[in-house]
Design a protein around this ligand. Structure first.
Ligand code: DUC
Ligand code: ZN
Ligand code: ZN
Length: 481
């Protein structure tokens, strides 16, 4: 008699701490056994020669996010989560953005509606807060208590930025309500000033995007927001670190004992500023913020991944089509100045294949590190552990099985997102997920996707110890006592 609903047999199982040969027994939605030669399952998945890892968690991806300036949106939760699953990811943390003139309770409820009945994998939300007015400050505690346990703040972008005074208010609110903060850290005024100078000089091609925001604008904002967090004894994560000097700020903070966490994204490991140097508006495909840097900065990112300074590699997937018209990459056609190009690149589906190929097969990171930065650390940092991000009895059966030798040339026509291009067209990767399973259900196998829209569940996040403040203030005064 079969003991298990499903057994994944004879694979090389990799966790963040261990790589071993073994079998996984699944009953219902959960892993119930991990061992050697376990009893049969009703369904047997042969995994010898394959690598079996916890499904990826993409803790930074913009799905179905309409731009604050309006226009087309190229991705629904159905297409975005489909792309995630086909690329070995089984949970996403996307965003519920606040919009000018709309109450944050309404915009958050709207995002739940967009995801319910649509998402095919499990999901959660960071709340993008773009103003620290009384109405918002009053509404946030209840929204946090409902399980939206992260507040995201942009330090730049005219329509979204929160100034330092507002940021301090939101930090204090987060500290009081056991919420975590994630930060887009770039110095707003320096970028605006540089954009104006470049525009006046007629330097408005896509490649000039990186001239408007050199590494120092990132370093300055990272330094500043860390100092503010230190004042309030508030743990936080810096999103999308791209350069050594910003990562060094994080490393120094960590060495001071602060709970400051750092993330980079797959694009900053493989793209450079030269990718934007293309004619007829094509360079806009690679415009994202912070800007892609240099080969030397890519090497620095790998160094900081291996040392642990940067603990997560996300996609920062952005849902913008390469097309002309409002809301698309080229709102004013091929001559759209870089200052008007929506920032961001799609990458939900390609994040893990790129990370596996360049990282594990490229000899830059171990298999354990791959699991740590793509799944286990996001689960711990965002309060999804121990159900997510690990292979052990009791965890959800969210599992990806990789063929480590499979060669794939990335092509838009083979991807499953709703966006009409990939910035990685023609890139060859070695290693690809051949099966992705979410809560015991195989959704992606041998190039075929099969999942019911709406099967994905909202993951409400209760308070958790990993992000508990240290209890140390720079003066004898505790502002929260
Ligand atoms: N940068 C952002 O800040 N958000 C979305 C995408 C991007 O490149
Ligand atoms: Zn950002
Ligand atoms: Zn982002």
């Amino acid at each position: 008699m079969a003991n298990f609903d499903t057994v994944i047999r004879g694979g090389t199982i990799a966790t963040a701490s261990n790589v071993f040969e073994g079998d996984i027994g699944i009953i219902g939605e959960s892993i119930v056994a991990v061992g050697k030669d376990i009893a049969p399952g009703d369904k047997e998945i042969e995994a010898s020669g394959k690598i079996v890892v916890p499904g990826g968690i993409d803790s930074h991806c913009h799905i179905d996010q309409i731009s604050s300036t309006g226009g087309e949106n190229a991705e629904t939760f159905e297409s975005g989560t489909r792309a995630a699953i086909c690329g070995g990811t089984t949970s996403v943390i996307s965003f519920a953005p606040q919009f000018p003139g709309v109450h944050i309770k309404e915009s958050t409820a709207d995002y739940h509606k967009r995801a319910e009945g649509s998402a095919t994998c499990d999901y959660s939300f960071h709340l993008i807060v773009n103003r620290a007015d009384e109405e918002t400050l009053e509404a946030l505690p209840a929204l946090i208590a409902e399980g939206h346990r992260t507040i995201k703040v942009f330090m730049t972008y005219p329509s979204n930025r929160v100034d330092d005074e507002g940021l301090l208010k939101l930090m204090a609110l987060s500290r009081r309500n056991e919420a975590f903060m994630v930060i887009h850290a770039e110095h707003h005024e320096m970028i605006m000033w540089m954009m104006e100078q470049l525009t006046n000089a007629g330097l408005t091609e896509a490649k000039h995007h990186s001239w408007s925001k050199p590494p120092l604008v990132e370093r300055e904002a990272v330094h500043r927001v860390i100092a503010m967090a230190e004042l309030l004894d508030l743990p936080l994560q810096i999103f999308h670190v791209t350069c050594d000097e910003a990562a060094e700020e994080i490393r120094r903070a960590q060495h001071r004992g602060l709970k400051i966490f750092g993330e980079t994204c797959a694009q900053y490991l493989v793209l450079t500023e030269d990718d934007m140097d293309k004619p007829n508006g094509e360079g806009a495909k690679w415009i994202c913020s912070p800007a892609p840097r240099t080969k030397a900065e890519q090497a620095a990112m790998w160094k900081h991944i291996n040392s642990g300074t940067l603990g997560i590699v996300s996609s920062d997937h952005a849902p913008t089509n390469f097309a002309e018209g409002q809301g698309n990459k080229l709102p004013e056609g091929p001559n759209t100045p870089f200052t008007k190009v929506p920032n961001g690149v799609p990458g939900l589906e390609t994040r893990l294949p790129i990370l596996f190929s360049e990282g594990v097969n490229g000899g830059r990171i171990s298999l354990e590190k791959f699991v740590e930065i793509s799944s286990t650390n996001p689960a711990k940092l965002f309060g999804l552990a121990p159900k997510k991000g690990h292979i052990a009895p009791g965890a959800d059966a969210d599992i990806a099985i990789w063929d480590p030798n499979k060669k794939v040339t990335i092509r838009q026509e083979d991807l499953h997102h709703g966006i009409n291009y990939t910035p990685y067209e023609g890139m060859e990767v070695t290693g690809y997920p051949v099966i992705t399973m979410s809560r015991g259900e195989v959704l992606w196998q041998d190039g075929k996707f099969n999942a019911k829209a709406g099967r994905g569940r909202f993951m409400a996040r209760a308070p958790y110890d990993y992000i508990k403040p240290n209890g140390n203030f720079p003066t004898p005064f505790n502002p929260f006592a």
